[in-house]
Design a protein around this ligand. Structure first.
Ligand SMILES: [Cu+2]
Length: 283
């Protein structure tokens, strides 16, 4: 009997561990995942902390209401309490049930606003990534690395190589350095899209005609996946995001090759200079 029990407990522990293991996979959702993807940015770490704070507050409130309900059911049912009291007001209780929820809301609001301001903007970032949403793909450019840019399209299921995740693999991935404060500017050229990266704690609408901004500091190298999170038409599910986070040295090397690969997309400095000269000559 004890052996059986032991086997059962070990089995249950392994089962739970496998859940924990799957939740720890980097940058991608996994089957039976029970929690967030592992945080890969300080913003996401804080979102998790805030989530945990809310979890305990919600749990306490739910248990308190449950206890009250059971108390009422047992103490004031018709059999136990045949003659109900006619009391309608109790000033003390009314003050308590007004003041206590206010205190709870303040306890939630303070860290919530702190987090909102923290994730909104990073003053003096180290570099900028520009993201443009299209029906139905993303395009990226690196304005302070020479201004090159490229489109990033989904890889169709039949073209996937072994190990590439379905509906998340793209032809040209975004490459970003770790331990770097990156400003992400977002816009769209047709309808509203949303560049959402769960492991970074990023989810911001890309709106045509305006530039929205948020930021990320990636803490670990690896592959991170996200998706468009604003219903944007029939191809909405087919515009994934793949961010390859690399070291600063690898990023510098990639920029050098990318400049050559995407040379067509770069603003031509010679032509611009010529225009300026013509303009100056006219004056
Ligand atoms: Cu979209």
């Amino acid at each position: 009997m004890t052996l059986r029990l032991h086997a059962l407990i070990t089995g249950a522990a392994l089962f739970l561990l496998s859940f924990g293991g799957s939740a720890l996979a980097d940058g991608i959702a996994t089957p039976w995942q029970m929690n967030f993807q592992e945080a890969a940015s300080p913003v996401m770490e804080r979102i998790e902390d805030f989530h945990n704070l809310l979890f305990w507050i919600i749990t306490a409130i739910t248990l308190f209401v449950l206890v009250l309900l059971i108390y009422v059911i047992v103490k004031f049912n018709e059999k136990a309490n045949p003659v109900p009291s006619k009391t309608t007001h109790n000033t003390f209780i009314e003050v308590v049930w007004t003041v206590v929820p206010i205190i709870i809301l303040v306890v939630i609001a303070v860290p919530s606003f702190k987090l909102l301001f923290y994730q909104d903007k990073y003053e003096n970032p180290d570099m900028t990534l520009k993201v443009v949403g299209h029906q139905w793909y993303w395009s990226y450019s690196y304005p302070d690395q020479g201004g090159f840019g490229f489109d990033s399209q989904i890889v169709q299921e039949e073209d996937l190589k072994p190990g590439q995740p379905r509906l998340l693999t793209v032809d040209n991935s975004v490459v970003l350095p770790i331990d770097t404060n990156i400003r992400v500017l977002q816009t769209a050229d047709d309808v509203i899209h949303n560049w959402a990266m769960p492991a970074f704690g990023m989810k911001l609408d890309a709106v045509p005609g305006r530039t929205n901004e948020n930021w990320v500091r990636i803490t670990k190298t690896g592959d991170y996946y996200g998706q468009c999170s604003e219903l944007c038409g029939v191809g909405h599910a087919y515009m994934p995001i793949h961010v390859k986070a690399v070291t600063k040295e690898e990023f510098a090397a990639w920029v050098a090759t990318a400049k050559a690969k995407y040379a067509d997309s770069m603003p031509a400095p010679a032509a611009e200079e010529a225009q300026v000269k013509v303009a100056q000559a006219k004056n």
